[in-house]
Design a protein around this ligand. Structure first.
Ligand code: PMP
Length: 431
């Protein structure tokens, strides 16, 4: 049988760099032929050979309801009939902004954009504009999109290629970006002691999903909050992945339960708020957000921002995840998956650790959970790749790199979890 995936990959490579439009899709870390997807429904997608997979990436987070939810589909079809894009404001943009603000009490205003990269880049510009300061802190292994100033030892796709940063970014552009180790309080304190008055923002993935799944410790997060407050820097939560995914109120609600009164100053969002359509946002307190054009001096704009079809998709998605019990059920299903994987690994004597929050999870071929990027990258990559391909052959699609998180949707059934664990039992036995 001809391998249609391979045929398409060969064809793609002649006209698209690396054959893909986003690097991690190329299977560069794990080797082999990327699967070209033809369609998706519920918890599954099908490749060009007609092979079905249980999908644990969910478009890297957005597909929290599973693929093709009928209510979302209806909303998108109705919106598309009304018009694809107007370049003028619509009521749905207000509704989506109101919905987001209703779910995240730390926000008073939001601006809608089209990608997480755009949201992160704009948040940094706004933080710098609002504080009049140049420096930003980011953490090794956190990815905030590919804006120049943030491409400094980022995790995700870059780690595969072994570049500490991207070519094409002059050193002057990143000279104000301080890169610190995640969960390292000493480094954090030293950075503020030395540069405190110059720091506009500290940007962090509160539960990092771009070095697999690594939580900021409560002590570390509390210190981030204290030092930002003390030095007048803005604490910016990148919740592109965690927002409306680890809990209805995002990772900030998880930390607010553990640290009384906790809230970030700004939040960057994407993925779930668009339900699979290009939509992202950033928001914060009114006084900061009103620094944006057309009110203030910080420029930011977008032809397709607040796109009417994308906002319809996002609103329909957010409506469904607000239903009572949604996150309880999603969390339970996700825990069943990771705890089941752990049990299978233990049975086979494979060192393994797992973590999850809401519908987001991570697993490591390591005996204990890592706390930072270096610890994640100390995993046995060859062994991970064998695990990945073993599962793929059995119709289970996990993220094709050991430094990526995974996602469960509301469409994943007990039978899907059971099938995944049965496949894992076979694969662990071969590791
Ligand atoms: N921030 C985080 C935490 C992300 O995970 C991502 C993408 N995976 C981004 C920002 C960038 O978003 P986008 O790919 O939509 O530009």
């Amino acid at each position: 049988m001809t391998d249609r995936n391979q045929t398409l990959f060969d064809r793609a490579k002649t006209v698209i760099p690396g054959g893909v439009n986003s690097p991690v899709r190329a299977f560069k870390a794990v080797g082999g032929t990327p699967r070209f997807i033809t369609r998706a429904q519920g918890a599954y997608f099908w490749d060009a050979n007609g092979q079905r997979y249980i999908d644990y990436i969910g478009s890297w987070g957005p597909m929290i309801l599973g693929h093709g939810h009928p209510a979302v589909l209806d909303a998108v079809q109705a919106a598309a009939r009304e018009g694809f894009s107007f370049g003028a404001p619509t009521e749905r943009e207000i509704e989506l902004a109101e919905t987001i603000i209703g779910l995240l009490p730390s926000l008073e205003m939001v601006r809608l954009v089209s990608s997480g990269t755009e949201a992160g880049m704009s948040a940094i510009r706004l933080a710098r504009g609002a504080t009049g300061r140049p420096k930003i802190i980011k953490f090794e292994g956190c990815y905030h999109g590919h804006a120049d100033a943030l491409l400094v030892k980022a995790g995700s796709g870059l780690a595969t290629f072994g570049h500490p940063t991207s070519a094409g970014v002059p050193p002057e552009v990143v000279q104000h970006t301080l890169v610190l180790e995640y969960n390292n309080i000493e480094q954090l304190e030293a950075a503020f002691a030395e540069h405190g008055s110059q720091i506009a923002a500290l940007m962090i993935e509160p539960i990092a999903g771009n070095m697999n799944f690594v939580r900021a410790s409560v002590l570390f997060m509390r210190r981030c909050r204290e030092l930002c407050t003390q030095h007048g820097a803005l604490l910016v939560f990148d919740e592109v992945m965690t927002g409306f995914r680890v809990a209805l109120g995002g990772a900030q609600s998880v930390y607010a339960r553990l640290i009384p009164g906790f809230a970030p100053d700004m939040t960057v969002m994407g993925k779930v708020i668009g339900g699979g359509m290009p939509l992202a946002a950033f928001g914060g307190k009114r006084a900061v957000m009103e620094q944006l054009a057309p009110l203030g001096p910080v420029y930011q704009a977008g032809t397709l921002s607040g796109n009417p079809v994308a906002t319809a998709c996002g609103l329909a998605t957010l409506r469904l995840i607000r239903e009572p019990g949604f996150f309880e059920a999603l969390s339970a299903r996700t825990r069943a998956l990771v705890e089941g994987l752990k049990a299978e690994a233990d049975r086979a004597g494979v060192p393994f650790s797992v973590d999850s929050e809401g519908g987001m999870f991570g697993f490591f071929l390591l005996p204990t959970l890592p706390q930072n990027y270096a610890q994640v990258m100390a995993s046995d990559a060859a062994r991970f790749n064998r695990f990945f391909h073993g599962m793929l052959e059995r119709g289970v699609y996990f993220a094709p790199a050991l430094y990526e998180a995974g996602f469960v949707s509301a469409a994943h059934s007990d039978a899907d979890i059971d099938a995944t664990l049965a496949a894992a039992r076979e694969v662990f036995a071969t590791l």
